[in-house]
Design a protein around this ligand. Structure first.
Ligand code: COI
Length: 366
């Protein structure tokens, strides 16, 4: 049942058709935003209310708003895909709704009911349907949807906020990495961990991403594109990249990924790839993986491909691994291995409705 409804006040100054077409021709990632946004408010007294679709624009907050001090904030990321017949579809939006509810519980925010989450996605996609690109020449253009929720109460005491704002913004997206499908070089973050046991690592909260940035910067100083984070207690087991999960393909067709220990984000793309593995002739394996297994595996030939995955970048080949005083070679060639690219293509084929959706992963949004 949908409890929340959304009023619609159209943007009085939407982008012109020509401006929108220019953006959709080369959207990049996270740089351009559509004409509208969704907002809703929660208070302890009234629950969720005041759902609205309005013009995209600044949010007014008191400087004392709790989110600015204590980071009580969560977000989601999913894409809307335009199919050949013009209809627009979400990929596993209920999985995002459920994860957002889990993140909310962990951050002591009020979970938004699943159907309200879906209604908010439909509201923005209907308002900004013209902003949903087809796959385009990069083969992966879409409208990235960014639902988020934060403590908007003006109060400096440390307790769960009594007023919370929910919003959805939308951003036309092409390839996440400017270099396209080029393999990414990774840096082992040996000093900085992203998350610890009992912490918020499995929640999609801004704080986890903030805590990944120093490791990311250290990697960039060593010429790497991204950092790999290890478990915080032993610094031996591979966790994730901060914004993406990792997969290893072995020479005997196993598809291995770090198991969910509570400190790793439960990626929707990660779970979808595990779901597709059998039909691609791979044996999925979720377990702890030592960083030494990576270094040894690429040298011995036991590991034949490595890739990272997430909603934003889909599937990205991983190249060289570097650390203080060492490096392990790339297995990715110029543009990733066969298995990496087969998984990427299969996912995109499902998302754009080019193959039968045998898993029931697509939901029509407009
Ligand atoms: C995603 O791939 O969905 C991510 O989480 C990356 C995003 C934070 C840009």
């Amino acid at each position: 049942m949908t409890a929340l409804s959304f009023t619609h006040t159209p943007n009085a100054n939407p982008a012109s058709d020509a401006d929108r077409a220019a953006i959709l021709a080369d959207p990049g990632f996270g740089k351009h935003f559509t004409d509208h946004m969704v907002t809703a408010t929660w208070t302890t007294d009234a629950g969720w209310h005041d759902g609205a679709v309005t013009a995209y624009g600044p949010i007014s907050l008191m400087p004392s708003a709790a989110v600015l001090h204590y980071a009580q904030e969560i977000f989601e990321g999913l894409k809307a895909y335009r199919h050949e017949d013009g209809s627009v579809w979400g990929f596993r939006p209920y999985a995002n709704a459920q994860r957002m509810a889990r993140s909310a519980t962990r951050l002591a925010l009020p979970p938004l009911p699943e159907e309200d989450f879906l209604a908010s996605l439909r509201a923005i996609v209907e308002a900004d349907k013209a902003w949903v690109p087809g796959p385009g020449e990069s083969g992966e253009k879409s409208l990235y949807l960014r639902p988020f929720m934060f403590a908007s109460e003006a109060f400096l005491g440390v307790r769960p906020a009594a007023e919370v704002t929910y919003s959805v913004i939308a951003s036309p997206a092409g390839a996440y990495f400017a270099g396209g499908l080029k393999p990414v070089t990774l840096w082992i973050s040996e000093h900085y961990a992203r998350a610890g046991a009992g912490g918020t690592g499995a929640a999609k909260c801004g704080g986890n991403y903030a805590s990944s940035l120093a490791g990311q910067l250290e990697g960039a100083e060593h010429g790497c594109d991204q950092a790999v984070f290890l478990d915080s207690s032993t610094h031996t087991y591979i966790e994730e990249l901060g914004g993406m999960n990792l997969f290893f393909v072995t020479k005997d067709n196993r598809l291995v990924t770090p198991e969910l220990t509570g400190t790793i984000l439960e990626g929707v793309t990660r779970s979808s790839i595990l779901g597709l593995s059998k039909e691609l002739g791979l044996d999925p394996e979720e377990r702890r993986i030592e960083i030494e297994e990576w270094k040894d595996g690429v040298r011995s030939g036991d590991i034949v491909e490595i890739f990272a995955c997430g909603t934003a970048a889909v599937v990205t080949p991983v190249g060289e691994l570097r650390w203080e005083g060492g490096q392990a070679p790339s297995t990715a060639g110029e543009a990733g291995g066969e298995v990496t690219n087969a998984i990427r293509s299969r996912l995109l084929d499902v998302q754009y409705g080019r193959v039968e959706d045998t898993h029931g992963w697509l939901t029509q949004l407009a």
